[in-house]
Design a protein around this ligand. Sequence first.
Ligand code: AMP
Ligand code: MG
Length: 353
Amino acid sequence: MAKRFAHARRGALAAAAITAVCVVLLVGLLIYDATSGRNAAVRSTTAMATVVTAKVWGPAGEQTAQDVLDRITALDEDCLSAYADTSDVYRINHAAGNPVKVNSYTYNLLVELLDIVRQTNGAFDPTIGALTALWDIGGPDERIPDDGEITAALGAVGWDKLHLADGNVQICKGQLLDLGAVGKGAACDAVHTVLEEDEARSAVISVGGSLLLYGENPEGDDWSVGVRDPRGGSNDRLGTLSIGADLCVSTSGDYERFFEQDGVRYCHILDPATGRPADSGLISVTIISPSGLLSDALSTACFVLGYERSLPVLGLFEGTQALFVTADRTVYVTPGLEGRFTLTADGYTMGAE
Ligand code: AMP
Ligand code: MG
């Protein structure tokens, strides 16, 4: 249908626009300014337990947006989901310690993840599933486990107990993979090929807390990305980042899933060193990287590490920048973001490096 708009003669545009409005109402598709070449198709779905939105500028915008959503849904169902019995992660977690033949995508992803585990000194650990299941933060069984339970779950955490060989993945009995910290960023990377094949000019793909900014902003400026106020409501902004083309942005925060007991906040990001919710003095971390996988993994890892310990780790990843918000409401940015962040929320101050 986008092709039809692109080829419509001017005289037919009014009728086409009316048709477009009807389509919007019927299938939830939004088409902006179909006459100027700035037209974008927007489609949304639910996948990876979150809202996924694809906004695409290109010759086959609608179809491309749908292709993007389909790719992410397939990635979840075939590879990453912890809940779909069709996925590699599900099959690995339910194999009681036996080797499982997986898709080459999943195998290669796990190889990459093990590198990130080492580079983050274990702050990011995809074998953390037994601990996240024990705490179940944001779930029906969330509670503070006792020390013995935490020690027992920690015994099932550790990338050294994960074996990768010849396309097979084997975890130890009791161990569980949890790719919740990286699936959304990995999805942003996986749709690059779809966008290239469909010759999309530009796109904004949003998968929960991860965003892909593909190509140039058709408005001609850098992309403008709002960062959520970690102590505000879901629509409140801390400020705005100005971002160049072909970058991914991921945010991890203690406001996403948490419970409070006796005045203490217990959030869903756990420190594999302690078995308890991360307590590094940060309330949110945003990472900008050409790689969605890295932006997502590092936002989680840096949340665990805290501001000071994150800086040398970030230095290992070329082209990666970060924005930190500390519990005392100070905002720090790495040098590449100097002049690219505008703080708008009250009650926060910019910190000096
Ligand atoms: P994110 O919002 O990207 O920071 O991902 C948080 C999710 O990753 C949690 O809900 C857990 O499922 C999982 N997770 C929590 N702590 C860690 C950790 N230290 N390393 C890897 N995954 C984690
Ligand atoms: Mg993450």
